[in-house]
Design a protein around this ligand. Structure first.
Ligand SMILES: Cc1cc2nc3c(=O)[nH]c(=O)nc-3n(C[C@H](O)[C@H](O)[C@H](O)COP(=O)(O)OP(=O)(O)OC[C@H]3O[C@@H](n4cnc5c(N)ncnc54)[C@H](O)[C@@H]3O)c2cc1C
Length: 557
């Protein structure tokens, strides 16, 4: 990972931002946060897999960063005077991805994890230089597949796809070896005594072998959660690291709260699966959900929020402090809780669905999506109000809207006014008792096959746009109704809580619940999981950040 010929070639031309050379004045400011240390040639400053990795600024001498693999080493980069070590793992306090060795003796400034966090939080100029370099270095490592994890899998295995997605969405660099394509793979399997039936396999730091692991096992094997104390009482636990949870983490941590975020899978939530968000304020050319999530995740960590990759399985809210139980059995106490577990769109069980998400398959029908299919034929799946609204809206700009519903008609599921509008719009063709059975195409959806369940007849149509509007299911089952929910399982908050809700929940305070507060004092709900919320990134972010002002008020009560 260097601009010299000796290390990894860079994919970006921003070498001076990836490996900046600090000025003397900047180096002096860093020195005030840490201490000077002499370094000797051959000295290993950090070993791959070390926890508590320090941050070094080279004053004189040279440090090389190498990836050990068996007896061999791959040179990643060389840090020279004025340059600094580290990448995003340093923010989270996770284990070192690489070995760090002195190649020329000299002197370095050494900062421990807390001192480094204090530096990036208090010195705006250096904070920006260091954060940008860390993020860009991680981008280069992911692009080069250079990390301490090796995934051995097969393109035809769903398990492989799931782990690839998990590592990718967690921004974790790994090398991939395909069982079908790589002739050397058998040797590797033999070394670790792995049978082909145990694929996919993740090899962590060349030692730990995980056979057909779950996401949680991969997270544990790679030490995602090791730096997180799961016992101490925190000001706030945020459950869910989608846009709303990450916004709460950034605002809360920047305002000095001691915060832990629990995330069942990977930061970013639904937004992380969006190839381009075009309507988020401040990004006129759009931003991928993955990039937005990665930035927010680093921002939250910069301010000191910690993130645990684990699923919340229960909220014990009968006494204070509250306790959030997680999948691995830990019981984490908190003075306040923000529930930001979002929703999942009901998805038809189609093999190729995820491949075309954002490339012909959409879960929202806004102006942006409508523009993508102007003048063409489209399909809307679903018989509820959201599907009806989408069909009417899309009929204004498209050639024809095929509305596919499973039931015999719309009467049961849709408001009368919408049914009338659909009936009066010639461009909408209602296809009752019809379901999509296959999607086909290359990079973009090209054709759709549907089947009428009454006649059994199957038809194929050259249509490249499918709007899945089959409703969203909130991720609130894990709460086991310990907070008041609406009829669809979304969490009721603030003025939406009726006197009946509050008396069934035995609301104990003289004051009514704050705006985003649930039926349990000090427990808030934000984003898509909240009843009545607008299912958009920007509103989720707004609610997550607004919840923090109420958290402060509860902590003062
Ligand atoms: C494909 C797609 C494209 C989209 N495009 C746009 C767009 O262009 N513009 C726009 O404004 N909106 C868009 N949306 C909608 C937008 O993404 C959502 O409104 C937004 O992500 C909601 O944020 P959230 O934080 O409330 O919930 P989510 O994004 O749903 O995040 C919830 C998080 O909580 C985690 N979680 C769930 N249960 C648990 C548990 N028990 N323990 C721990 N963690 C848990 C999940 O893993 C997830 O990461 C899109 C949605 C999809 C699916």
């Amino acid at each position: 990972m260097t601009d010299t010929t000796s290390g990894l070639p860079l994919t970006s031309s921003r070498a001076e931002e990836i490996f900046p050379i600090l000025t003397l004045a900047q180096i002096r400011r860093i020195a005030a946060h840490g201490h000077m240390r002499a370094i000797q040639r051959g000295e290993v400053l950090v070993e791959q897999g070390d926890s508590a990795v320090p941050f070094f600024v080279v004053v004189s001498g040279e440090i090389e960063i190498v990836r050990p693999l068996g007896a061999a080493e791959t040179l990643i980069t060389v840090h020279r005077p004025g340059q600094f070590t580290g990448e995003v793992n340093m923010l989270s306090g996770r284990r070192a991805l690489f070995r760090m060795r002195v190649t020329k003796p000299g002197e370095v400034i050494e900062l421990d994890h807390q001192q480094m966090l204090a530096l990036v939080q208090t010195d705006a100029e250096l904070g920006e230089i260091v954060m940008r370099a860390f993020l860009l270095r991680r981008v280069e490592l992911v692009a080069a597949g250079m990390g301490d994890a090796v995934l051995v899998g097969s393109t035809h295995s769903a398990g492989t796809l799931q782990i690839k997605e998990f590592l990718m969405r967690n921004g974790y660099p790994y090398s991939y070896i395909d069982l079908e394509r790589d002739p050397d793979v058998q040797n590797l399997l033999d070394v670790f005594h792995i049978a082909a039936s145990e694929i996919p396999v993740v090899i962590c730091r060349g030692q730990l072998v995980l056979r057909n692991p779950t996401n949680q096992q991969v997270a544990d094997g790679l030490g995602f959660n090791e730096a997180v104390d799961q016992t101490h009482l925190r000001d706030l636990i945020i459950v869910g690291a989608g846009p709303s949870g990450l916004a709460a983490a950034v605002y809360g941590a920047s305002e000095g709260l001691d915060i832990l975020v629990l995330e069942a899978s990977s930061p970013g939530g639904q937004a992380g699966s969006s190839s381009k968000i075009e309507n988020y304020l401040g990004f006129p050319t759009g931003i991928s959900g993955q990039e937005l999530a990665a930035r927010a995740y680093s921002q939250a960590q910069k301010f000191g929020a910690q993130i645990l990759i684990a699923k919340g399985t229960r909220l014990a809210s009968d006494r204070k402090p509250y306790v959030v139980e997680v999948e691995n059995g830990a019981r984490i106490p908190a003075r306040t809780v923000v529930i930001a577990t979002g929703a999942e769109y009901r998805k038809p069980p189609l093999k190729e669905l995820s491949r075309f998400e954002g490339a012909g398959v959409y879960y929202g029908a806004t102006f942006v999506e409508a523009q993508l299919c102007g003048g063409e034929e489209v399909i809307v799946v679903g018989g509820g109000n959201s599907a009806g609204q989408a069909a009417v809206f899309l009929a204004e700009t498209t050639k024809r809207v095929h509305m596919l519903v499973r039931s015999a008609g719309l009467a049961e599921s849709m408001s009368r006014y919408l049914i009338r509008r659909i009936e009066e719009t010639p461009a909408i063709v209602l296809r009752p008792q019809t379901e999509i059975v296959a999607l086909e195409g290359g990079d973009h959806l090209e054709s759709v096959r549907w089947r009428n369940s009454q006649t059994g007849q199957t038809e194929e149509h050259k249509i490249g746009h499918v709007f899945v509007m089959a409703g969203a299911v909130p991720n609130t089952r894990w709460l086991d109704r310990c907070v008041a929910l609406d009829a669809k399982g979304f969490i009721k908050t603030g003025p939406d809580l009726s006197p009946g809700d509050l008396s069934s929940a035995r609301w104990p305070l003289a004051r009514p619940p704050y705006l985003l507060e649930t039926s349990v004092p000090g427990v808030f709900a934000v984003g898509d999981a909240r009843s009545g919320s607008i299912k958009r990134v920007v509103s989720a972010v707004g609610e997550g950040s607004a919840a923090i002002s109420f958290v402060h008020q509860v902590l003062r009560e």
